[in-house]
Design a protein around this ligand. Structure first.
Ligand SMILES: [Fe+2]
Ligand SMILES: [Fe+2]
Length: 449
């Protein structure tokens, strides 16, 4: 989204730029005067998608002439206290008037409306770069490909050459001092990165028994890599290898009879991005619940682990992955496209898994059913309880608990949070395998220590 922002006060402008960049990943060109704006319009590089006119020196008078200059470009006009829409005769076509006193809310609402109506197309520009969390570069050192830093939506600058050392000093320089969380590799070089990353994971698998915290962190990082690469270069055999190796690490850490009580006592709130943390926690909880309920076998754990790792893999927006129902998504500020992605993600992720070589049966079923509900009010198929597979039932309860624990009030003690979850969940999971899965949680939570 390329925006021309006309604002005459530097402090206001800086805040707006920051907000627009963070909210929309927009690329902003700033103008402090009409003349500057006109110059930037001439350059038009990259071409503008939207003009925001917040020129308080002349909020109305000069606007008409300016409106004529920007031709068909959609424009947001900020006016203090504007309430109703002003007639097009004053503002011109494709002008959206927002109340400046409620700037941020109104801006957000208007951009949303413009997107829904198709006035504004915010296509995620397909860059030729894959995003890599900066700290992961430690595990592919010496670097297997050139590494870039992102300057704007479309501009990247080479930072390290292939073969360069990337050590702790470099990591500190970029993450701690400069606050740069992600660096980039070219799409066509992502294969080498994946290969080396998979080797690194294999090394971790062979080297030692990983403690729970290490294994969880590794899984969260691997999830990010898989999600990003899957979207960029597809689920290639190298990406599949990362998944398999990570699942093997998780399985080994759990052991043959994962203990739910132990697990609940040990897990702490993750610092990772929501999706990775949520998928990892779901994996551990699903296996421990299955084990506690007496359904534990290596093949069951393997299925649950794979399903947990991949069930939301097509949802690139972490906030979307935190939603539970279609209603949750509809009630928040998501675009039509995001709503569609959410509705389809169980089926899409199941399709992804079907393309893998050597995946045990049922994994795609668990994934496809992970938003079905015992009351028949889930999605995408509104399956009746009796049509939901037993392993899916375990998964659904574990998934629900994982989501709950990650979003629970941080001041609430773990035991109190669990009791609250159980209280609320009893009505939902009151029969069949659902009830048994919940009973497993009740048994370890409510039993005396
Ligand atoms: Fe999920
Ligand atoms: Fe999901």
């Amino acid at each position: 989204l390329n925006i021309l922002l006309l604002q005459d006060q530097i402090e206001v402008r800086e805040k707006l730029v920051f907000w627009l960049e963070n909210t929309y990943g927009a690329f902003i060109r700033e103008a402090a005067s009409i003349e500057q704006a006109v110059e930037l319009l001439k350059e038009n590089d990259p071409p503008f998608d939207l003009v925001i006119y917040d020129y308080q020196k002349s909020p109305v008078k000069e606007f008409r002439a300016f409106r004529a200059r920007i031709k068909e470009l959609p424009c947001i006009l900020a006016l203090p206290g504007a309430t109703a829409e002003m007639p097009a005769a004053i503002t011109g076509n494709r002008t959206y008037v927002v109340n400046r006193n409620l700037f941020v809310e109104e801006l957000q609402k208007t951009v949303g409306e413009m997107e829904t109506s198709g006035t504004l197309k915010r296509e995620q520009k397909e860059t030729e770069f894959v995003r890599i969390r900066t700290k992961l570069l430690l595990s592919v050192c010496p670097l297997v490909s050139d590494i870039y830093i992102r300057l704007s939506e479309t501009k990247f600058l080479k930072l390290f050459h292939e073969g360069a050392e990337f050590g702790v000093p470099e990591l500190e320089k970029y993450t701690v001092r400069k606050g740069i969380e992600y660096l980039y590799v070219r799409n066509e070089e992502a294969g080498e990165f994946t290969q080396k990353y998979a080797d690194e994971l294999r090394f971790m698998l062979s080297a030692r028994n990983s403690p729970l915290a290490d294994s969880i962190r590794s899984s969260e990082a691997a999830f990010e890599v898989v999600q990003e690469l899957g979207a960029r270069i597809g689920f290639t055999p190298a990406v599949q290898k990362v998944i398999k190796t990570q699942v093997a690490i998780t399985m080994r850490t759990m052991g043959s009879s994962p203990n739910l009580k132990d697990l609940l006592a040990k897990i702490t709130r993750s610092q990772a991005e929501y999706s990775g943390a949520h998928s990892t926690l779901t994996a551990y909880l699903a296996c421990a619940i299955a084990s506690q309920a007496g359904w534990g076998s290596e093949s069951t754990f393997h299925k649950l682990n794979l399903a947990a790792f991949l069930h939301d893999v097509t949802l690139s927006n972490s906030k979307l992955a935190a939603c539970e129902t279609i209603r949750d998504v509809e009630e928040r500020a998501f675009t039509e496209q995001e709503l569609k992605a959410f509705k389809e993600h169980p089926v899409q992720a199941a399709e992804v898994v079907k393309t893998f070589n050597e995946v045990p049966p049922d994994v795609d079923v668990i994934i496809a059913q992970h938003h079905e509900r015992p009351g028949g009010n889930g999605f995408p198929r509104k399956l009746a309880r009796t049509h939901i597979a037993p392993l899916s039932c375990v998964f659904i309860v574990a998934h629900d608990l994982a989501r709950y624990l990650l979003s629970a009030d941080p001041n609430l003690a773990q035991g109190a949070a669990l009791r609250l979850f159980i209280e609320q969940a009893r009505a939902r999971y009151d029969s069949g395998q659902f009830k048994k899965a919940l009973a497993a949680i009740e048994n370890v939570t409510l039993s005396p220590p």
